[in-house]
Design a protein around this ligand. Structure first.
Ligand SMILES: C[S@@+](CC[C@H](N)C(=O)[O-])C[C@H]1O[C@@H](n2cnc3c(N)ncnc32)[C@H](O)[C@@H]1O
Length: 257
């Protein structure tokens, strides 16, 4: 098989990034450090080519046809241990950590499991930074600030571990085949561990009905009197909506209730 004869497989979320200027922007946005790079879904290897130029790379690809193609394309890099290809489902390979040394995740992710992968990377103590392409709507949720309509659990979880920022928006024309949605590259620089499970459980309750008041959502699980005291202490009004509360106040609220 050669790359010209590859037919993209929808079930694996294969949209190959063709626009070289975007590939370069991804590489330019990589944090400068000595960490390894993990690439999930190298596909035809177009991003991988840029990555192996600057770092050694551990790549995880589920599609066995593409694994064979990559093994031929990157024969030299594999022989010199610049690149290691793990053939199989990355979610099955992922235990507590994905690899046993500090790494940055740099990838054009398969969109059907992108949020799941990012949440796993946020929880992985070996993962230090996350620079990924996902669908625009997902990127905006991770990078949202308190007060914005799309601010929710994902934005709070991201802000709790570090800084999240949008790098570049990418139109469907940058890919082959073209996805139906706009995409974006964003970066999360981690400086803290992911929050406790119970904190994230509280967020789920807080955003059950995002347009209702925070008080109404939280009172489905927590004591109303405790909530009223906590709101008063933090200066939160009883009519405040879940997206209007800051990440810092969510952490304070969690401590109190
Ligand atoms: C959006 S494509 C990106 C391909 C390439 N990196 C690029 O930028 O052109 C997503 C890639 O992830 C791979 N993939 C999908 N599900 C996967 C999984 N569970 N584990 C590992 N790789 C997966 C697909 O086969 C595909 O190569």
């Amino acid at each position: 098989m050669n790359r010209e004869s590859v037919v993209a497989k929808k079930k694996f979320g294969q949209n190959f990034l063709k626009d070289e200027s975007i590939l370069r922007k991804i590489v330019e946005a990589m944090p400068k450090n000595d960490n390894k790079v993990v690439e999930i879904g190298p596909g035809l290897g177009d991003l991988t080519k840029f990555l192996v130029d600057v770092k050694s790379v551990e790549a995880f690809e589920v599609d066995t046809d593409l694994c064979k193609l990559l093994q031929t394309t990157f024969k030299e890099e594999i022989a010199t241990k610049r690149l290691h290809i793990h053939c199989g489902d990355v979610l099955e390979a992922w235990k507590n950590t994905l690899i046993d040394e500090p790494y940055d995740l740099v990838a054009n992710l398969p969109y059907y499991i992108a949020t799941n992968i990012i949440l796993k990377a946020l929880a992985d103590p070996m993962c230090k930074n996350i620079l990924v392409m996902v669908q625009l709507e997902v990127a905006e949720k991770f990078c949202a600030e308190s007060g914005e309509k799309v601010f929710g659990s994902l934005g709070i979880i991201a802000q709790s571990v570090g800084d999240a920022r949008l790098i570049v928006k990418v139109p469907p024309t940058a890919f082959d085949p073209q996805p139906k949605v706009d995409s974006a590259v964003f970066l999360i620089q981690k400086s803290r561990d992911r929050s406790e499970k119970e904190f994230e459980d509280m967020l789920r309750v807080a955003f059950t009905q995002p347009r209702k008041t925070l008080m109404k959502n939280l009172s489905s699980k927590y004591e109303k009197v405790t909530l009223q005291e906590a709101f008063e202490k933090l200066g939160l009004t009883l009519t405040i909506r879940p997206h209007q509360v800051s990440t810092k106040d969510y952490h304070q609220l969690y401590k109190i209730i």
